[in-house]
Each structure stands twice: as C-alpha cells, then as structure tokens.
Design a protein around this ligand. Structure first.
Ligand SMILES: O=C(O)[C@H](O)COP(=O)(O)O
Ligand SMILES: [Mg+2]
Length: 428
C-alpha cells in the first residue's frame, strides 16, 4: 500500500469522478490511515506494497483524498476517469462501493454521493421519456398523476387483478401498477394478467376519455426473460413496464433501458430492497446515489419516499432525492452530503411517492412535492369503505380540492367518496 493518497491541496479535475464517504475507523486505526486504505482499495491498491504497481502507474492513476474532516467523519476522494468503464454502473460500484464496505479497518463506511464527470454523463442516455415525456404519454400537464397498486399484493387471479385495475381506472387513476412481488406466479401468470389488464385499460380509456396506463412488472429471473416479457407487453400495445431495480440488479436495468428504447416503452422503477444498503445512516450506500444511478441509466420514474406515508425518509432527504430527479444542475450542499452535479441536459425523472398513503394526505403531498409527482395509493384506494372505484374517485376529489386550495372538509360536503374517505382516514 502506497501512502501518498492524502492530497488535501488537490483540486479535482473536470474529468475526475468524485465520491464523498462517511468513515468510522476501527479503534486504534488512524483516520488518515483508514482514508488512505479506502481510497487505495477502491482504485489501484491492495493491503500491502505491491511490486507490480510501478511508481509511474501509481502516479498516473492514484486516488486523491482531497478533503478529510475527522470531526465530521467525512472524506472526499477524486478518482481519475481512466479507472472506470464509463458506461458501466456495475463496474463503478464494484470500485467505489465494493470491497471497501467490508474492510476491518473501518467499523462503518458509507458512500454518500458520487459526482459524475461529463465524460460519464455522456456515456449514458438518461431517461428516454422522462418527466415531460410521461406527461405527454398520459396527456396530463397541470397536476400530479394519481396511481394505484393492485392489492392484495399477490394472490388475486388474473381476471380479478384486471377487474381491480379497471375499477381503479374508471374511478380516476391515471396509472395502475403491479406490486413489487407480483411477477409470474401460478395464481396469476404474467401473460394472462398482461392481456386482460391491458384490455380493460383500453376499455376504461374509451369510457372515461382519459389515458390509462398499466405498469406490468417485468422483473424476471434472467435478463433474457425480462426482455421477452417486455416485448410481449409491447406487442399487446403497452406503453410502460415496471421493474424492481435492486433485486433485478444494475446489469439488468442497463439492459432493460437499452431494450425499452427500441420497444418505445417507459420505465417505472420500484426501489424495494434499497434499504438493505441505504437505511443505515453510517454504513452502505445512500439512496441519493441510487437515485442518481437511475437517472444516469435512464429510468423514467422512481419511488423516492412520501414523507407522510409508511416508509422511512425525512422530508429533507426525500426532497433531496426529488431535486436529484428533476434539476439539471444540483448545487453542492455540505450539510446534506450532496456534491454539485451537472446533469448535462439528461431528462428529469418523474418522482413517485408511494407507500402508506391515503387520500386524506393529498393536501400535504401537494404542498411537499408540488405538481411534479406521481402519488400512488394502494391500501388508500382499495380499503375505501365504498370500494375501489370510490377509493380512486376520492383521490381525484382530494386532488381537485388541493389544486383549488379548498379544504378537504369543505370539498367533501358535495363529494361523498371523499367524505367517506375522511371518515375512515382523517386523524381526529
Ligand atoms: O408498491 C408500493 O409502492 C406499495 O405497495 C404501496 O402500497 P400501499 O399504498 O398499500 O402502502
Ligand atoms: Mg408495493
């Protein structure tokens, strides 16, 4: 192991990939020593002086720890772009979030953010539709989109699944998606579900005069099967697919993005399982990094949390994710562990708020997120005392009230579905 990776005067080049890490050295390990080892292990070095690493090579490719604050337990490392396969998320993660997460010299280490250089941004296409493309697809410009997840998560047969989707559509949902753990099970095969649900989506479109999108889950055991399912949906006339990004893995997601472009399908990203590495604030990889990788690869919409629903995530964290989805230039914010990022014109992703939401939360959601959000309600629609149609209608009514600045209580006086929802969910 070479010892000259601490380089506080270094100013990162435009071509460098910069990472911020939170590090907690193990008792007895000096902060700079830990920083040196992490920087070396995530790039060119190993645990001992290696004869095959010439001083010339080391000089050319060495990492630069250009910021180290022991009190704040923070380091920033600049890596030469030459260390990376610029178009490969798996390779980048194997480096900057690979072995270093397992090392004994640190009790905890967390990758807080990655600032991608222009050369890497240029290697990726970003979202094909993105937020504006999705708005065009759905034909809704001036309000948040309303979606649902067919419930129960698993167990319904294909006919019942399609019927629940239809009821959600005619009640007022723009989008209906599968749940993350529904793919191709005996009780509800992928093909039959896709055929029946897309057919009823079309029926709901002609009955309501609104666009109705079905987001069928293509998460599959192999990339080949995932692509086959995606093409099956395309042949049925679908506009969208959804995928569980973390269980499927980054190679699968990059593959899907390529194939979805040819198929002309939009991509909905469900982030289930992300907390396995994002939730511990002292170890792992931040959700911010996950969101940035999604935008880089080109998912069109991504679950980012709700603030008011059932999933963890403080308001500032969720809004930081929102900013990373929609802004073209994200300013640095030291206190939030955010590095400056220029997205170089990659399209914005549509942020999705989903998990534990009820129609009664719509005024709060609207004030937190504004118009550019997809609000999704599972239990909040299908547990409505008057049924799924009324549940979806109550969501649209609560949204209308919020857009017009009318209290839900006032609006409910002439809207019985909303009135019933308030009776069930409004906290007294
Ligand atoms: O996939 C999701 O986002 C959740 O299943 C949402 O369901 P819920 O609204 O019932 O929590
Ligand atoms: Mg779910």
């Amino acid at each position: 192991m070479r010892r000259d990776y601490i380089d506080i005067g270094y100013s990162p080049k435009e071509t460098d990939l910069v990472c911020e890490f939170h590090i907690e050295p193990t008792a007895g390990v000096n902060f700079e020593e830990a920083a040196t080892h992490l920087a070396g292990e995530s790039s060119i070095d190993s645990w001992t002086e290696i004869a095959t690493l010439s001083p010339e090579l080391a000089e050319k490719l060495k990492p630069h720890v250009f910021y180290a604050d022991e009190g704040a337990q923070t380091i920033r490392v600049a890596y030469s772009e030459e260390l990376f396969e610029l178009g490969s998320v798996p390779q980048v993660l194997s480096a900057v979030a690979g072995n270093i997460l397992s090392m004994k010299i640190v009790d905890n280490v967390r990758l807080q953010d990655i600032a991608f250089p222009k050369s890497m941004i240029n290697e990726f296409k970003g979202p094909n539709f993105g937020l504006p493309g999705i708005r065009k697809l759905v034909g809704v410009q001036d309000r948040p989109l309303i979606g649902t997840i067919v419930k129960p998560k698993v167990g319904l047969n294909s006919e019942k699944h399609a019927e629940v989707a239809y009821n959600s559509f005619v009640g007022g949902c723009d989008l209906v998606k599968d749940d993350e753990n529904l793919s191709d099970q005996k009780f509800n095969s992928f093909e039959k579900r896709a055929e029946l649900t897309l057919k009823l989506a079309e029926k709901a479109e002609s009955e309501t005069g609104e666009k109705k999108m079905y987001l069928c889950n293509v998460t599959a055991p192999t990339c080949r099967e995932m692509i086959r399912r995606m093409n099956f949906l395309k042949d049925l006339g679908a506009s969208y697919v959804m995928v569980d990004i973390v269980p499927a893995g980054w190679t699968a997601i990059q593959t899907l993005r390529e194939e979805a472009e040819d198929a002309g399908l939009a991509l909905h990203a469900h982030r289930c399982m992300h907390s396995a590495y994002t939730r511990n604030p002292r170890h792992g990889i931040s959700m911010l990094v996950v969101a940035k990788l999604c935008r880089l690869i080109g998912l069109d919409q991504l679950h980012i949390g709700t603030v008011v629903g059932k999933m963890h995530g403080e308001k500032h964290e969720v809004l930081n994710l929102r900013d990373q989805c929609v802004l073209d230039k994200v300013p640095a914010d030291e206190s939030q562990h955010i590095l400056a990022q220029d997205w170089g014109g990659l399209k914005p992703m549509f942020p999705v708020a989903s998990g534990g939401l009820a129609p009664t939360m719509i005024p709060d959601l609207y004030s937190i997120f504004g118009k550019d959000v997809i609000m999704q309600f599972g239990g909040g629609i299908h547990a409505h005392p008057m049924g799924t149609v009324a549940g979806a209608t109550a969501c649209r009514q609560a949204l209308e009230a919020s857009l017009e600045g009318i209290s839900l209580q006032d609006y409910a006086k002439n809207h019985k579905e909303l009135e019933t929802a308030l009776g069930k969910w409004l906290k007294k």
